[in-house]
Write a protein of this length. Sequence first.
Length: 215
Amino acid sequence: MTKAVTSPTEWRRRAALVVSAPSGQFAAASVSTALGESAARGWSALDRDDDDASMREAVQCRRFAWEQPDDVPGVLLGWDDDHPAEPVARAHAPAQPYGDIGAAVAFLARAFEEGGNVDDLDAAVELHDLVVALGEGVWLPANALVGWGAALLYEITGEDAFLATTERMADVLCETQAPNGAWADGDEVLTGLAAETLVAMADAVEARASVEEGE
């Protein structure tokens, strides 16, 4: 496993450089596909303690994980005729919505934490493994939610593969942050998402460390 350049302490410091990052930012403003939108709705339902709504969205996201056909050069992110359909997050291609897959990983991991349905955890792991296999284009600030989802999986499982994804995305975010604290020439949505992701990843990694110290 490649050693991380940065650490949770640095992630928090970088997030604090953002003066106007919206509190609690997750995915609603940054997703664009049926999978991402389902994950965002599910996350919002968890925030509202709406178990029925969060369960419906979890079922939908799980189907994206488990019903992917074998002959697609990427991950189907749309929905048509009761099955995953185009658009496709293509492997080894520029400007793909890999972050939408990360949003689903994060939602399903949190749904497992709060509801205990192992199917949610299994689907989150499946989607994580799919997205990190899609190539170098994953490692961009626009796909920060890939790191958020991996961090929640690491907090739950303690598996090094999820920590590696978390640390790699954190390094990307730290390396691409401008001196004024912003990302992408001051894009407010991306800057808020990147800052919130850094904090969420730090929280998850430190929570896992606390668990392991107490064992």
